[in-house]
Design a protein around this ligand. Structure first.
Ligand code: GRF
Length: 195
């Protein structure tokens, strides 16, 4: 049984979808939900789902990313995860941290990478007049939002879409894509999933 740690910063809707997917004959189980914000709403949702939680507030560390990560590793390594899922985790990770989990740390990004790495992806797709948008699950590497693609889901951009309506349409696909990719990766299959 593969052990999965999920890192969040906010509401954790992707975390909820992932945790709920790991049942029955699924080859993985969630062993920890970890946040950089002790007030993250997702922590209560994880507890309601019966998953162990931990939080390391990044603010006291200021610009000391290595110090924050050293503190983050304490509960993380105690959970002995095989796979890490970043799910709405909004902190940049150092190359050292990424290297420690190379090949077994996933992230979901709300664009069709390689388009729109970084923030404000929906606003950028709308500004560009794109006919399609979507989300991508990729392996995390030292370069932001740039690792090997493990899955993508596409949605139409509709006339009159706002950032909010597009974000909601993409988020619904994130909740389908991420569990599908995790199940395949946990089973040792790296073929990308396209929804
Ligand atoms: C989502 O748009 C996701 O793509 C991004 O963070 C946002 C919030 O995710 N990574 P969640 O509801 O906290 O899972």
């Amino acid at each position: 049984m593969r052990r999965v740690a999920i890192l969040i910063s906010g509401g954790g809707s992707n975390m909820v979808a992932l945790v709920k997917s790991m049942t029955g004959d699924h080859p993985a189980r969630a062993v920890l939900v970890l946040s950089n914000d002790p007030g993250a709403a997702g922590l209560a949702k994880a507890r309601d789902l019966g998953v162990a939680t931990a939080a390391v507030d990044h603010r006291p560390f200021g610009a000391d990313r290595a110090g924050f990560e050293a503190a983050l590793l304490v509960p993380l390594l105690a959970a002995a995860p095989d796979i890490l899922c970043l799910a709405g985790f909004m902190r940049m990770l150092t190359p050292d941290f990424v290297d420690r989990f190379r090949g077994r740390m996933l992230n979901i990004h709300p664009s069709l990478l390689p388009k729109y790495p970084g923030l404000h992806t929906h606003a950028r797709a709308l500004a560009a007049g794109d006919a399609e948008a979507g989300c991508t699950v990729h392996e995390v590497t030292a370069e932001l939002d740039a690792g090997p693609i493990l899955g993508q889901a596409r949605v139409p951009v509709l006339p009159g879409d706002s950032e909010a309506t597009l974000a909601a349409r993409v988020l619904a696909q994130e909740h389908r894509l991420y569990p599908a990719v995790l199940r395949r990766v946990a089973a040792g299959d790296r073929r990308p999933v396209f929804l």
